[in-house]
Design a protein around this ligand. Sequence first.
Ligand code: COA
Length: 325
Amino acid sequence: MKRAAILGTGSCLPKRTLTNAELEKMVETSDEWITVRTGIKERRIAGAGEETSKLASGAARKAMAMAGVGAEEIGLIIVGTMTCEKVMPSCACLVQKEIGAVNAFALDINAACSGFLYGMDVAEKYIKADPALKVLVIGAENLSARTNWEDRSTCILFGDGAGAVVMGGGEGERGILGSRLFADGSLWHLLHMDAAPSLNPDLVPVDYHGPFIRMAGQEVFKYAVRAMQDGVVKVLAQEDVAPESVKLVIPHQANIRILNSLTGRLGISAEKIYINVHKYGNTSAASMPIALDEANREGRLQPGDLVLFCAFGGGFTWGAAVMRW
Ligand code: COA
């Protein structure tokens, strides 16, 4: 049976860059504090014409061009997002219209920062059932719209952007070897974002503080480190892959300290962990496909390489996947 492989990658970032120096003028913070605690130097902020579905469509077009797959050939569109400009229809339906993928069915996945990893896993199941199917898996976010710009503990962390892959049945040994996904909804309160207030007055929560990302930073940090490590250990054991045979790790880009913690206990050397969090901050579901596209275009991936993906996000959700490129 053919494995589900990545046939092309693409990404699309807003034009505007917001630097740490600019943030220093907005809240009481410093470039040094942000750099030491997070590794982030700047992030992109969406403007007019750069809504989530537009960024997603831009990334999708680039991935399709690389894969040599036309819009009519796409059979399924999956978008990992929690910040589409519309609640209905789905971001995936907006992308379908934008790129003209008239033969696709379309759905969103909300698994916060794990949305792209969850999306790849769902795509894999469809492709195993029909290896001729071409699936667009996209991660796209406009987190700046849900950031409280007066809260220095969160506003320094997030950014906007989109990344995409085209997946389909791979040649030979190429494709996803295996994946492991997890969730723990009992910890939702540590990292969450309320929806817009209910129009039913009886259903407005008493503790509603606006539709912003809220986070217990230190607890999230500790859990993220443990969970990402646990996901990686489990998927490598499941697929009988030695850590040292992994060629490149594409992790969710939340924080440089979380990424550095992946090296020590896992036996994966630091230079194998792809990092671009300094340029874009945490773009949630978009961060892994943006990182993958940059690594791919930089020539960091060669046929046959073992690539490891790992993510953690609100929910909590987390997991890991291993793929032969
Ligand atoms: N600039 C300067 N000082 C800041 C600040 C900022 N942007 N944000 C918070 N501080 C202050 C706090 O008010 C606190 O001050 P106090 O000691 O006077 O009370 C101090 O810095 C330490 O705050 P704390 O929250 O303990 O910092 P931290 O070391 O935990 O770092 C995070 C904060 C958010 C960087 C860190 O907890 C983190 O990375 N968490 C994970 C976040 C994440 O990745 N979430 C998404 C997962 S998908």
